[in-house]
Each structure stands twice: as structure tokens, then as C-alpha cells.
Design a protein around this ligand. Structure first.
Ligand SMILES: [Zn+2]
Length: 47
């Protein structure tokens, strides 16, 4: 199961409405807030 790279929440890829494809990888988010934070500074959240 994917987890939100911003806040660490465990998510379900089937029901998650907030996702983004960055550098060939798909990332899922619990909320629009987390998605926006990721978009602003992706490198901060990618390991
Ligand atoms: Zn989150």
C-alpha cells in the first residue's frame, strides 16, 4: 500500500483522490494540502 510522502499516512491507491506522477513515480496523498506541499518542494519529500 502506498503512503503519503508528506505526512506518512497509509493510503489505498483505489480510493485515493489525490495523486501525482513525478519523475516516473506515482505518489498518493491524503489531502489536497499534502499534494500542494509536495508540488511545491518534491525533493523535500522523496527519499
Ligand atoms: Zn497527508
Amino acid at each position: 500500500m502506498p503512503n503519503d510522502p508528506v505526512c506518512g499516512a497509509i493510503l489505498d491507491e483505489k480510493t485515493s483522490k489525490f495523486k501525482i506522477t513525478y519523475d516516473g513515480e506515482t505518489y498518493y496523498f491524503c489531502s489536497l494540502t499534502c499534494k500542494k506541499r509536495f508540488k511545491r518542494h518534491p525533493m523535500k519529500f522523496i527519499k
